[in-house]
Ligand binder design. Structure first.
Ligand code: GLA
Length: 381
């Protein structure tokens, strides 16, 4: 590579994920039940439903696309489920204006026992670049005694060496505090917790949990996020069975406050208009994608009643009033809770009703239903 080419490649890697990545991933709904037809139909649906226009550009295949390696060590895609091969699939996805993401693992095997990239990092990165991959989710199963930071850095180096700018998603579940080293290791985002489950507040025996538990674990991590490197509280369960519509709306609003990657995990082909309207709410997405890239956090908690806030590039604040309890309740906050003096007059706009609620001075309150949110923008005069 010439110096000039090297600088160009460097620059394009450095301008990846300047806002949190948005897209769709196969895992939350389909697990290993993926195939070429499903992925192509999902690509079509992403365009038709308006998801792409709303910003969801990465279509990511998770675990189970791979079955082995050939005698030269090249990774082999499942020939029954992906008969046309991954390159052809990537071409199809690109032809729709989407970007294409894939999944591997830093250990010897993926979480579903498929071949991992351990020992094949540079070879796999070259294969991905050749196929036209734009995003790699890199998991942490079967890692034995491997050092996490070194393992992720190795794959980041391999991706850079392969030359094609590929968003690098560290999926290490927060075990070794990746927020402390993920950026340095070359990651654009890193999972902060075990897997999200399609429920409000359940937990399972291996550490999977509903979104409210994930939410609690984000408090204190906000300083580590910024343009090009994001905390990842895991993919969305919006629209999946196990969450009510109100809970889906709460989940989505709070992920926007967290500057979280918005990776939908529902069945886009069959989603209802209600769920599509949640996922494509332009005003909430604008909060998530705010160019300042400053992650928000919880600024007030009184039992089940919480206030989450985020500073935006134009000096305004996005605020979510979240009622975790079982009964409707009034939630209030003062301007001082969101970093303004109480003497300030500000316009308050409801981001779900899409209407201005009027001018307020010093405080705002609203009635919030069970497991629901009211999400507003507070815009100083
Ligand atoms: C891990 C990851 C999940 C998913 C599965 C696939 O559990 O955290 O997001 O990728 O593996 O096997």
């Amino acid at each position: 590579m010439s110096m000039q080419m090297q600088t160009k490649a460097q620059t394009s890697f450095d301008s990846l994920a300047l806002t949190p990545p948005m897209g769709w991933n196969s895992w939350n709904t389909f697990q290993c039940n993926i195939n070429e037809k499903l992925i192509k139909e999902t690509a079509d649906a992403m365009v038709k439903s308006g998801m792409l226009a709303a910003g969801y550009k990465y279509l990511i295949i998770d675990d189970c696309w791979q079955v082995g390696r050939d005698k030269n060590g090249n990774i082999i895609a499942d020939p029954v489920k992906f008969p046309s091969g991954i390159k052809a699939l990537a071409d199809y996805i690109h032809s729709k204006g989407l970007k294409f993401g894939i999944y591997s693992d830093a250990g010897t095997k993926t979480c579903q026992g498929r071949p991992g990239s351990r020992g094949y990092e540079f070879q796999d990165a070259r294969t991905y670049a050749r196929w036209g991959v734009d995003y790699l989710k890199y998991d942490w199963c079967h890692h034995g005694t491997q050092n996490a930071e070194a393992s992720y850095r190795l794959m980041a180096q391999a991706l850079r060496a392969a030359g094609r700018p590929i968003v690098f998603s560290i999926c290490e579940w927060g075990t070794n505090k990746p927020w402390l080293w993920g950026k340095k290791a070359g990651g654009n985002l890193w999972r902060t917790t075990e897997d999200i489950l399609n429920c409000y507040d359940c937990r399972n025996d291996w550490g999977g949990m509903g979104f409210v538990h994930i939410l609690d674990l984000q408090v204190g991590l906000q300083a580590y996020a910024g343009p090009g490197h994001w905390n990842d509280p895991d993919m969305l369960e919006v629209g999946n069975t196990g969450l009510t519509v109100e809970e889906s709306r709460s989940h989505f609003s709070l992920w926007a406050i967290l500057a979280a990657p918005l990776i939908a995990g529902n069945d886009i082909i069959h989603m209802s208009d209600t769920i599509r309207d949640i996922l494509t709410n332009r005003e909430v997405i604008a909060v998530d994608q705010d160019p300042l890239g400053k992650e928000g956090t919880r600024v007030k908690k009184e039992g089940d009643l919480e206030v989450w806030a985020r500073q935006l590039a134009d000096g305004s604040r996005a605020v979510v009033l979240f009622n975790r309890g079982e009964k409707k309740a009034k939630i209030a906050f003062q301007w001082t809770d969101i970093g303004y003096p109480n003497t300030l007059k500000a316009e308050v706009r409801d981001l779900w009703k899409h209407e201005n609620l009027g001018k307020f001075k010093g405080s705002f309150s609203a009635e919030v239903g069970k497991h629901s949110v009211v999400m507003v923008k507070v815009i100083p005069e």
